[in-house]
Unconditional design. Structure first.
Length: 308
């Protein structure tokens, strides 16, 4: 029997664990992703695995301001052993390389798609996350916006003209939304809680579909809201999809917790992908701070990417 061809490209990085600000258990979360990938592989999900090692600064400058990139990288060069803090985005010696390599996963995945690789789905199993990072600001444990960079590179490399970004993290991706003017024909949708960062209202600018859930509305409310924003995305007829995939909306997460079950999260993403079948998908790991939740959610997500 011939081997099953790979269906999902999984991109990891070597330096995720160098960014350990002593909060939110960063290294453990990376271990959880590694365990999830191993579980998916053992369950027969056909994966192709690659490792990203960085991204040219010229590509970063298509999304982030030159001054911001210089300031972020210089902070590490000047103080390699001294931890310091930006507002809710702590900086330690390994932060710059970890963020640079996380962004490099978007570079690798889009190069792979442009070259006609056999997988048309990719999962970027990287940290730190990125969807709160704007052109000139780190925020919410995010430093470089990997999802926004993926959208830009999908366009620049001729893979897509119209890109849809679907954010299923528990928090609004304010950085991604703010970057839309830099991302050509890209549209954005998010279902999120009413707290941090206090953005993402339904009446915000064109090209955005936002739904805010107050309190623990549970899976039924979340699924209805996600169906509504996915309808908006589909109406634009995108050529490719970027998913900001967070697991912090799941029950027991210490930061998000919108009351979702694993089945809720998986079902919502499945429905959205069914509406946009047949086009390339790049899914980027965002938040998620409960070890067991993260492992199971990523395993299920890899299966969904392989089958939808």
């Amino acid at each position: 029997m011939s081997p099953v061809p790979p269906r999902v490209l999984v991109v990891t990085t070597p330096d995720t664990q160098t960014h350990d600000p002593g909060t939110m258990d960063y290294p453990v979360r990376q271990v959880a992703m590694q365990e999830a990938i191993a579980l998916a592989r053992a369950a027969g999900v056909p994966l192709e695995e690659r490792q990203a090692t960085g991204v040219p600064l010229a590509l970063l400058k298509t999304v982030h301001c030159r001054r911001y990139i210089k300031r972020l990288s210089a902070s590490i060069e000047r103080h390699p052993s001294r931890a310091w803090t930006m507002p809710d985005a702590p900086i330690v010696a390994g932060t710059w390389m970890a963020a640079l390599h996380a962004a490099g996963a978007a570079d690798l995945a889009t190069q792979y798609l442009a070259a006609g690789g056999p997988c048309r789905r990719a999962f970027l199993a990287v940290r730190p996350p990125g969807h709160h990072a704007s052109a000139d600001r780190a925020q919410g444990y995010c430093y470089l916006n990997t999802a926004a960079l993926a959208a830009r590179l999908l366009q620049d490399r001729g893979i897509a003209t119209r890109v849809a970004i679907l954010d299923v993290d528990a928090h609004h991706g304010n950085g991604t939304q703010a970057l839309l003017p830099r991302l050509g024909e890209t549209v954005y949708a998010s279902v999120h809680g009413a707290g941090y960062p206090g953005t993402g209202f339904a009446d915000e600018p064109p090209r955005c579909w936002n739904r805010t859930l107050s309190g623990d509305g549970g899976g039924e409310a979340w699924l209805a809201a996600l169906d509504a924003v996915a309808t908006g995305l589909v109406s634009t007829r995108p050529d490719a999809v970027v998913i900001s995939f967070g697991t912090d909306a799941l029950r027991y997460d210490p930061v998000g917790d919108l009351g979702l079950t694993q089945e809720d999260l998986d079902t919502g993403v499945c429905r959205a992908l069914e509406r946009m079948a047949g086009i390339p998908v790049i899914s980027v790991m965002e938040g998620g701070y409960h070890l067991g939740n993260l492992t199971q959610a990523v395993r299920r997500h890899l299966h969904t990417l392989a089958t939808k």
